[in-house]
Write a protein that binds this ligand. Structure first.
Ligand code: ZN
Length: 296
């Protein structure tokens, strides 16, 4: 029998154990494939950025306001360069890596190791919430395998004990076969019994890619973890890779360039191309527009 999969990208936000557990699970195959195609990512880079986008889109739903944004930035010294992912509460996420072609040898079907291309350095998470100054927390990169690092950040910097699982599985032709993840967190007031049971459940779960390959969904994964712990689904919404760049806003980025450099662009008299780092959209500006920017 042929089963046609119509799985859509979506995130589920839930609580359990009287609100002392907070949980998020996401199916993200489509958005990781969009990122791979947009940035022409190597297999290793697809795994690294895909896992980061998957975590970011879940963490985006932790925020309240539609304009609130959260960015995850891995600043490692490996060949991949920085990994940046920005998510909003509305379910959109965007991101990029410094070197999309960075790669390590891997076999199809094997878990892609990314720690060596991420390298050593810092993981920073920046919260940009409406009505207040942006703030951020920073920790040292642990393994560089992304999920471990995010869990370490949430547990040590945000001081919320957290388990994070992220998975990206690729086809032989390097397209994305499956992607998804979950985050479960122990909130204030959780009993020792709840903590112990949750730890046991998380440890007993197969890897994310195994579960997705076997047809598990965000709903069924949360059910496995928390089904008998008063699981309450609070929200279920679509997620997608979406960049909010515009021609105008991208031009504004040029104001970061020094006056001298802008002047030489104007003097050369040729159109200037700007590329959005997040989505690779290209924008062309005339020397007149550049001169106008200098006057501002
Ligand atoms: Zn863009």
């Amino acid at each position: 029998m042929n089963v046609i999969s119509m799985k859509r990208d979506h995130v589920v936000r839930a609580t359990a154990a009287n609100g002392t557990i907070r949980a998020f699970a996401v199916y993200s195959r489509g958005l990781v494939e969009d990122a791979r195609r947009m940035h022409d990512l190597s297999r290793t880079a697809t795994a690294a950025l895909g896992r980061t986008l998957t975590a970011a889109v879940m963490m985006g739903t932790m925020m309240k306001g539609d304009k609130d944004a959260l960015s995850i930035v891995f600043n490692g010294d490996g060949s991949l360069g920085n990994i940046t992912a920005t998510a909003k509460a509305d379910g959109s996420v965007k991101g990029y890596v410094g070197n999309p072609q960075a790669s390590l040898p891997s076999k199809v079907g094997e878990k892609l190791r990314v720690g060596d291309v991420v390298g050593k350095g810092t993981l920073r998470i920046i919260y940009d919430l409406a009505m207040r100054e942006p703030y951020s927390g920073v920790v040292e990169i642990q393994s560089g395998e992304i999920a471990d690092d995010i869990a370490y950040y949430l547990t040590s910097s945000d001081q919320i004990p957290s388990a994070v699982s992220l998975g990206v599985l690729l086809n032989e032709d390097s397209t994305v076969r499956e992607a998804g993840g979950f985050i479960v967190q122990l909130m204030d007031g959780a009993t020792d019994e709840t903590a112990a049971l949750l730890e046991e459940r998380v440890a007993a779960l197969p890897s994310m890619t195994t579960m997705l390959t076997e047809g598990e969904t965000p709903e069924s994964i949360l059910e496995r973890l928390l089904g008998d712990m008063d699981l309450q689904v609070l929200e279920d919404k679509p997620v997608e890779f979406r960049c909010d760049c515009t021609r105008e806003r991208t031009l504004k980025l040029l104001s970061l360039v020094s006056k001298d450099e802008l002047q030489s662009m104007v003097d050369e008299g040729e159109d200037v191309e700007m590329v959005c780092a997040f989505c690779n959209s290209k924008y062309l500006y005339t020397p007149e527009e550049i001169a106008g920017l200098m006057e501002e």
